[in-house]
Design a protein around this ligand. Structure first.
Ligand code: KIV
Ligand code: NA
Length: 279
């Protein structure tokens, strides 16, 4: 597969072909996303929860994100890779944000970065893109600000709210984002925002009128125990957790019964050497 670039993403958008985006948080999860032909692999800060067991994304550190970015980048040979800048690493000033973005490129080995926020982040996005680092925007529901939003709530459900989503999306486009995530907004709003923009919108919980979709890999592959909450917009395409559980339980049972290891899993020694050894 040819390397996905800013230019090839642009031509998918121009053709009206949906852009496929999936998160990955380590080498194996990136490998499978790459093999499945994902155009963008996002090292989302959702890894705080799904890979590190944290309560929310506010806890994850830049250093931790960089370790995950590096391992993802080693497997993502043709996908375009994007690292999610964590809460606290870019809000203070555009200079701080650019320093963090440079670390993501140099140490995380990703090609672009993502940050959350609209109008208020425009100077920051300008600063980073003018240094030649592609920025993926993120408007609508911005989970890093969940405490200020009163939780994980759908955005743009009122006409004023919808206008705010549109203004934020236009602002990040104007500031130089190559695309923007649109999270948890009504389908009609996301579709209209997509029509008004001249960069791709990557929807999550935003309906099918966007220019592409993104999902969290452990959610869509079903790599989580039964009973865990998943948002309404997630489609569970697989049941990886059950398959892993089945395999590990079978290994447990066969080890207990000594059915494993069987002869084919063992190394041979010649009769002569064995006789000599046993003397
Ligand atoms: O952290 C994440 O995984 C994300 C995507 C779901 C957009 O931000
Ligand atoms: Na995120």
């Amino acid at each position: 597969r040819k390397k996905v670039t800013i230019n090839s993403l642009r031509s998918l958008y121009k053709k009206g072909e949906p852009i496929t985006v999936l998160t990955a948080h380590d080498f194996p999860s990136a490998h499978v996303a790459e093999a499945a032909g994902m155009e963008i692999i996002l090292v989302g800060d959702s890894l705080a929860m799904v890979a590190l067991g944290m309560e929310d994304t506010s806890e994850v550190l830049v250093e931790e994100m960089l370790l995950h970015c590096r391992s993802v980048s080693r497997a993502a040979k043709s996908a375009f890779t994007v690292g999610d800048m964590p809460m606290g690493s870019y809000e203070i000033a555009p200079e701080q944000a650019l320093e963090t973005a440079i670390r993501f490129v140099k140490e995380g080995r990703v090609q672009g970065i993502k940050l959350e926020g609209g109008i208020e982040m425009a100077p920051t996005i300008k600063k980073i893109t003018s240094a030649g680092i592609p920025v993926l925007g993120h408007v609508g529901l911005t989970p890093q600000r969940q405490n200020a939003l009163g939780g994980f709530r759908v955005q743009g459900k009122t006409s004023a709210g919808a206008l705010k989503v549109l203004e934020d999306a236009l602002a990040v486009q104007e500031a130089g984002c190559f695309a923007t995530v649109l999270e948890a907004v009504p389908q009609e709003v996301a579709t209209l925002v997509t029509k008004k923009l001249s960069i791709p919108t990557i929807g999550i919980g935003a309906g099918n009128g966007c220019s592409g979709q993104v999902l969290v890999q452990v959610d869509m592959t079903g790599n989580f125990p039964p009973g865990r909450f998943i948002p309404k917009f997630v489609k569970k395409y697989g049941d990886v957790w059950s398959e892993s559980l089945r395999a590990i339980e079978a290994y447990r049972d066969e080890t207990k019964s000594r059915a494993y290891p069987a002869p084919e899993h063992t190394y041979p020694i010649s009769k002569e050497e064995l006789a000599e050894f046993e003397r």
